[in-house]
Design a protein around this ligand. Sequence first.
Ligand code: FES
Ligand SMILES: [Fe+2]
Length: 386
Amino acid sequence: MPEDAVKFHQQDDDGRPGLADEPTVIERLLGHIDHQTTDLADTVWREPVEHYRSPERFQAELSKVMRRTPTPFCPSAALPRTGSYLARDAAMIPILAVRGADGQVRAFRNACRHRGAQVAEGHGCKAALACPYHGWTYGLDGRLRGIPHPDGFPGVDKAEHGLVPVGCFEANGIVFVTQDGEAKPDLDLIPDLIGEGWRFLGAGEQLIPANWKIVTEGVLEGYHIRSTHAETFFPRQYDNLNLVEAFGRGSRISYPYQNIERLRDAPPAERRTEPVMTQVYHLFPNAAVATFPTHRVLTIFEPLAIDRTVIVSYSLTRRPEGEEEQAAVRRGQDFVTKGTDEDRAMQSAVQRGLAANANSVFTFGLFEGAITRLHRNLAQVLGDRD
Ligand code: FES
Ligand SMILES: [Fe+2]
């Protein structure tokens, strides 16, 4: 595991991921339904509000945590063939990922070696990467191939002007980028959620006027289901009834649907989680994979500024391409979007509340243990890297 990984509530003794299997998850959730209970953290956590407002703290989160951690950049399925590329800002740095002729995905700082313009935007497929400003052209491996009117650049060695690479690694259907350093994700700690068989449906972006931690916190607890999602999720789910488990520095939060009841008498082999719950896998620090019956979404909570975040989401399905199936996927996506709009309103409200100076700490209760893990791990990594 990464040398600075922190484990809390690890479920087994040999350091393997501690995630329970599907029949066990269902059994434990049915137990919570019977007893009107939920998983509890070991402590209440008080996070200084200053940690959401301090520019120094924000810069440290970017430079010491996000840029030095293997962070999900996009699904492998978004880069299906030679020349497929995807460009976006990650931890406020323009980054470009490209699949080369050898099948390998490489990532680069997305800045031309002439005068720094981005050599690609959005996503697509190209044989080479030509900078739109003056036309310097790079191969899919990042090497500088061509300079228009090269006689204007005597003494410029093309071999020394390739795109600047960053650490890049594909694992379990996810392209990870480590901007500073070569750290690789620990495969034992990344469940295979969108690997073989998952088809890329598309990307989306939603701007939230709130700090990235406020936005990330929004998917890490089910304590707000009744209050925030009264007309959307609550009628089909449960309020404050979750499993919270640890893997590496991440957490898995299971949110059951009421149709879990139909599995009460089902034999273990038929106790499958996907149709009867959403599971959110938090990938420390600022990403998550969420499961739904029709599709899965890889989400990255990208800071644009201390008080602005863009939720970058990549949807995938393994349903066949038939019309009926696609309509079901769209219905599933629309339903989720209604709920996340409600989350967006609450996250914006928390950000506005920072200006009120009403709180010196935010208090995360025993139902919000996955958020406590996020803050504990942030503190640990920041402390280690001072
Ligand atoms: S900035 Fe890219 S070619 Fe000039
Ligand atoms: Fe929510």
